[in-house]
Design a binder for this molecule. Structure first.
Ligand code: CDP
Length: 219
């Protein structure tokens, strides 16, 4: 049987990763969180004080770094960094790292390799438009900025972080701006993606909507 490739794109906090994880479980396929990869690289850059505008330093760190997404865990140089990459400092820096062409080339190569011989659901910003442009199914998941910020606020609170809602709105708005205006593979809704606005929907409603479309054989 032909592999199933599902591309899920959308702005920060739209619910992509929660939805993708559930669909992966339902369909018994692999989930790949590409945002976690950009976050892991950002963690390494911050920890090592790398100046990302210095091409030589950047090239060296890219050559020296291994990033992998396995069994729902993100590995940076062989170490699990699931928790560390959610830190607010990473959220405020990641889009400036992700806009660099060389960074994207390296991570896209890893993402395509993972998806080359198995069924996957992959979420990010450029999955349907670039990484898996021939995906069997493409979805664009959105929600209002207020809803997305509220979700992130609650999520961080549950994890014990004490971020102000206003700060989260600012951070998400800025990240959306950088992600959708950058030169290389900006966040776009591609023509052949089905758009789902999750503002007034529960996660389970969205999951069954997507599963229905997939089971009906829709794009
Ligand atoms: O916070 P949220 O879960 O919505 O974002 P994420 O999926 O963890 O992605 C973090 C950041 O990585 C994004 O804001 C983008 O700057 C970058 N990213 C990207 O450029 N391309 C992707 N395919 C995935 C993420």
């Amino acid at each position: 049987m032909k592999n199933l490739t599902i591309a899920i794109d959308g702005p920060a906090g739209s619910g992509k990763s929660t939805i993708s994880k559930k669909i992966a479980r339902e369909l018994n396929i692999n989930y790949i969180d590409t945002g976690a990869m950009y976050r892991a690289l950002t963690l390494k850059i911050l920890k090592n004080n790398i100046n990302i505008s210095d091409k030589i330093e950047l090239h060296r760190i890219l050559q020296d770094t291994s990033i992998d997404f396995r069994d729902n865990h993100i590995f940076l140089d062989g170490e699990k960094v699931d928790e560390e990459i959610r830190d607010n400092q990473i959220s405020t820096s990641v889009s400036d790292v992700a806009k660099i062409k060389e960074v994207r080339e390296k991570l896209v190569e890893i993402q395509r390799n993972i998806a080359s011989n198995k069924s996957v659901i992959m979420d990010g910003r450029d999955i349907g438009s670039f990484v898996l442009s021939d995906a069997s199914h493409k979805f664009y998941i959105t929600a209002s900025i207020e809803e997305r910020s509220n979700r992130r606020y609650k999520e961080l609170k549950e994890k014990g972080y004490n971020e102000e809602l206003d700060e989260i709105i600012k951070e998400i708005r800025e990240r959306d701006r950088i992600d959708s205006t950058r030169e290389h593979s900006p966040l776009v809704k591609c023509k052949d993606a089905i758009e789902i606005d999750t503002t007034n929907k529960t996660i389970d409603e969205v999951v069954s909507e997507i599963l229905d479309i997939i089971n009906r054989g829709g794009k």
